[in-house]
Design a protein. Structure first.
Length: 259
């Protein structure tokens, strides 16, 4: 299927690895011009070159921490009028809420709610003026099915979800769509770090924790970043203009609810 977005310009955050990288590569494969952001130059530059070689698309890199105003300004200066925005930021640590102080809560909300809102704020009016735009926020399956040890993420990402529900319906009339992608367990560094923390807390081998986690998945496996990236690219396509304000769960069926 031709997604109809060849020549469009996209900002992809957290794009040096994991789900962000997969989204950037999937869009580049459709002929989208990519501006990639991440905090570490070496890995970002390597990823960008890999995507250029694989897709032939134009890829620009911006070393920036998008959870800061300075980082976001650098990103928007490099790509001031994107047609597509993929927001993505690292999740807060796991733990017991009794151990988190007020500062850690503020950081979680800043990184996983306010950052996404500020990224959208900077580009949404340009999309409205051009009567075309696609925004996809990478959040978490915890929005639908909260994880007991991920309270910081549960709270901050739920706040973002509530905000997007209103914004998406304000801008849909201008052919600008805003949706959220909710990843479950995918084969990423983030998953490995969470599993390592669990293994350490329980004093069991990491391999045991990974096997148990796979067994808890309805599909009996973890998702791949490539699968996730393909869904993201479709949501950014010409064919997804009637998909508005949705929270699309990508978890292999593990969430047990009907709705």
């Amino acid at each position: 299927m031709d997604l109809g977005i060849t020549g469009k310009k996209a900002i992809v955050c957290g794009a040096s690895k994991g789900l962000g990288r997969a989204c950037a590569q999937a869009l580049a494969a459709e002929g989208v011009k990519i501006t990639m952001a991440a905090r570490h130059l070496a890995q970002l530059a390597e990823t960008a070159e890999d995507i250029r070689k694989a897709t032939g698309s134009r890829v620009t890199v911006v070393v920036a921490d998008v959870t800061t105003g300075e980082g976001r300004q650098a990103l928007h200066s490099a790509c001031p009028n994107p047609d597509i925005l993929i927001t993505n930021s690292g999740g807060p640590p796991a733990g017991d809420f009794r151990d988190w102080n007020e500062y850690e809560w503020h950081q979680a909300v800043q990184n996983n709610m306010i950052t996404h809102i500020m990224l959208m704020k900077a580009v949404i009016d340009g999309m409205i003026d051009r009567r075309w735009g696609r925004i996809v926020n990478i959040t978490s399956a915890a929005v639908k099915s909260p994880y007991p040890t991920l309270g910081l993420s549960n709270g901050a990402r739920a706040g973002l979800t509530g905000f997007v529900a209103g914004l998406a319906r304000e801008v849909a009339r201008y052919n600008v769509t805003v949706n959220n992608l909710l990843p479950g367990s995918h084969q990423t560094d983030r998953l490995t770090k969470l599993m390592e923390a669990d293994a350490k807390a329980r004093r069991v081998p990491l391999s045991q924790v990974l096997d148990e986690a796979r067994g808890d998945e309805t599909s009996r496996r973890f998702g791949t970043p490539e699968e996730f990236g393909a869904i993201c690219a479709f949501l950014c396509s010409q064919h997804a203009g009637y998909v508005v304000g949705q929270n699309i769960l990508v978890d292999g069926g593990t969430y047990p609810g009907t709705l």
